[in-house]
Each structure stands twice: as structure tokens, then as C-alpha cells.
Design a protein around this ligand. Structure first.
Ligand code: 6PG
Length: 242
């Protein structure tokens, strides 16, 4: 399925459009199987979207939040993606504790955190009797992603081992020696719907490589995201005007 690319006038319009599409996809998932699994992106771009989702009257008891990637720091750390989502969405909205599936960054090692998170993801999908739970690759309803100006997404950074992990759901990413916990390419690509939210002129060069006919995907990892479901790129004009 070819990707859909929408260029919005500015970041505010991008967030508004993302809100419309994500809310619609949440309701579609709940109508189909009575719950929705949403993997959240870190970084700065999606925070206003999470703030807007907190204002949207959603059936949060049917909404399960996961993190597509996380820094290996405590949840209260200023770099934590969990903390960013907590400030934007979890503090204003009373989610049932069992619906918020943060990455277990208190594990002794990053690899243990990845293994534990993988087990949490598998256990969740197994209890929901969802496809791919036991041995296959679970199918998230929605995966939100950003893209760095180097073309990385989630914590799948250029020329790192994480890009080639195909037998796990969760692995350890590496940003300049700093460990990250990240969804793998196969897990992201199993999703029903992937949304990229990309804003800023600094993203243009990498976007050109990601959309080029040919380019080195190990150098521009966002090229690896080719989901079996729908792929939608939401860009602001600063990033998307060619
Ligand atoms: C993270 C993100 C990362 C982010 C990109 C874009 O943990 O930082 O998951 O992949 O999406 O770096 O970040 P911005 O949205 O801040 O440009």
C-alpha cells in the first residue's frame, strides 16, 4: 500500500490533522475489536498532539498506550519519553493503570529492559487473544513515529545493530553510545496504521533520502518502515515543501 503524504501549512495544522486522523483510527479499532493499541513516539513534535488527545473525550478504558521507544533513564528523568507523555496526557486524564504500558527502565541492564518489555507486549496481546501474540508479531492498531534529521525513527539509528534485529519485538537501540529501548522494524511494520509526524526545515535533507527511489536504508532507517497496514506521513511545509 503506497504511503499517504500530507503537507500541512505549519506545525499547528500538522498537529490538528494528526489529532483528527488518530482519533478516527482509535474509534475504528475499538469498533472492530473493542480496544485500541497505540504506540507513542518520543521527541518534541508529538507532545502537542498528546496534549490535544488529552482534551479529546476518548474511551481511555479501551485505549492501551505503549512506547515505541524510550531512553534508558528513570521515568522521572527530564529525558524520559514516559515523563513527556505523563505531563501531556496521563496527568490530565485518568487512565486505568493497566492501560499504560511504560518501558521497564528500572531493569538492571538495557537488554533486560528490552526482554521484559517484549514479554509485557506478548502477554498483553495474549490476554487479548490477539493475533501474533505467542510466537508471531503482534499487530498494533496505531504506531506514532517521528524522524530525526539523520533519518532515524523510534530509536533505530543509522548504521546500528538494531536495524537488523528481525527475531525480536523489542531491542536495544544506540544513540551515540547511549542505550535506548526500541520497537524493532518487524514490530513497527506489522502495525495496522503508522503515522509519521515530521516538522521543521532541518528534516528536509533526510526526507529527500527517505523518499528517494534509491538510498541506503541503513543510513536513513525511516526507509525501513513499510508497514503491512497504512502508512501516513504528516509534514509541515517547512519539512515537506520540495
Ligand atoms: C525519541 C523519538 C525520536 C524522535 C525523533 C524526532 O525518543 O527522541 O522517538 O525518534 O521521534 O528524534 O524528534 P523531534 O520530534 O523532536 O524532531
Amino acid at each position: 500500500m503506497p504511503p499517504v503524504v500530507e503537507v500541512l501549512s505549519d506545525k499547528k495544522a500538522l498537529v490538528q490533522r494528526a489529532l483528527e486522523l488518530v482519533v478516527a483510527q482509535i474509534h475504528e479499532a475499538i469498533a472492530d475489536h473493542d480496544y485500541c493499541t497505540l504506540a507513542l513516539s518520543g521527541g518534541s513534535t508529538p507532545k502537542p498532539l498528546y496534549e490535544a488527545l488529552a482534551q479529546a473525550s476518548l474511551p481511555q478504558e479501551k485505549l492501551h498506550l505503549f512506547w515505541g521507544d524510550e531512553r534508558y533513564v528513570p521515568w522521572e528523568h527530564s529525558d524520559s519519553n514516559y515523563r513527556m507523555v505523563q505531563e501531556a496526557w496521563l496527568n490530565p486524564v485518568p487512565f486505568p493503570a493497566g492501560n499504560v504500558h511504560g518501558v521497564p527502565v528500572d531493569a538492571a541492564e538495557p537488554a533486560q529492559a528490552a526482554e521484559q518489555y517484549e514479554q509485557q507486549v506478548r502477554s498483553f496481546f495474549a490476554q487479548m487473544e490477539a493475533e501474533g501474540a505467542e510466537t508471531g508479531v503482534p499487530c498494533f492498531d496505531i504506531v506514532l513515529l517521528g524522524m530525526g534529521d539523520d533519518g532515524h525513527t523510534a530509536s533505530l539509528f543509522p548504521k546500528t545493530e538494531a536495524l537488523d534485529v528481525s527475531d525480536r519485538l523489542i531491542t536495544v537501540g544506540n544513540k551515540d553510545g547511549q542505550p535506548r529501548i526500541t520497537f524493532t522494524v518487524p514490530l513497527i511494520n506489522q502495525a495496522r496504521q503508522v503515522f509519521f509526524l515530521v516538522a521543521g526545515e532541518n528534516k528536509r535533507p533526510a526526507l529527500a533520502q527517505v523518499f528517494a527511489q534509491t538510498a541506503d536504508a541503513s543510513q536513513y532507517p525511516s526507509r525501513l518502515i513499510q508497514p503491512q497496514g497504512k502508512l501516513t506521513w504528516l509534514l509541515d511545509a517547512a519539512a515537506g515543501e520540495s
